[in-house]
Design a protein around this ligand. Structure first.
Ligand code: FES
Length: 105
């Protein structure tokens, strides 16, 4: 089975937009930061906060956990500030035929 998961047409995910999907037992948020797409686990490694809902700093390429404020690097899932200290998962994003897909392999 293909590990590629369809998210949505690229037109529906313009810069500044985000979309969260469920795959198996994972929630994954895909965000468009100034035209670059990132996919990150929608669950903070500190206390399961809804990471995908957090504010994004485009210049730093981080997303902030809305629960206790840890900053995570959108590219790697590595936390840059406490209280989280374990990384969350990130997933490669591709666009093919105008469809945004993530690789969950
Ligand atoms: S749940 Fe995210 S920092 Fe605590």
């Amino acid at each position: 089975m293909s590990p590629l998961i369809d998210i949505c047409p690229l037109d529906e995910l313009p810069p500044g937009a985000r979309r969260t999907i469920e795959h198996d037992d994972l929630d994954i948020t895909v965000v468009n930061v100034g035209g670059t797409l990132y996919a990150i686990e929608d669950r903070c490694s500190h206390d399961d906060g809804p990471l995908g809902d957090g504010p994004i700093d485009a210049a730093a390429c981080t997303i902030e956990c809305p629960r206790h404020g840890s900053l995570f690097d959108l590219r790697t899932g590595v936390p840059k500030t406490l209280p989280a200290y374990q990384p969350v998962e990130t997933f490669p994003v591709t666009v093919s035929g105008g469809i945004v897909r993530i690789d969950v392999d």
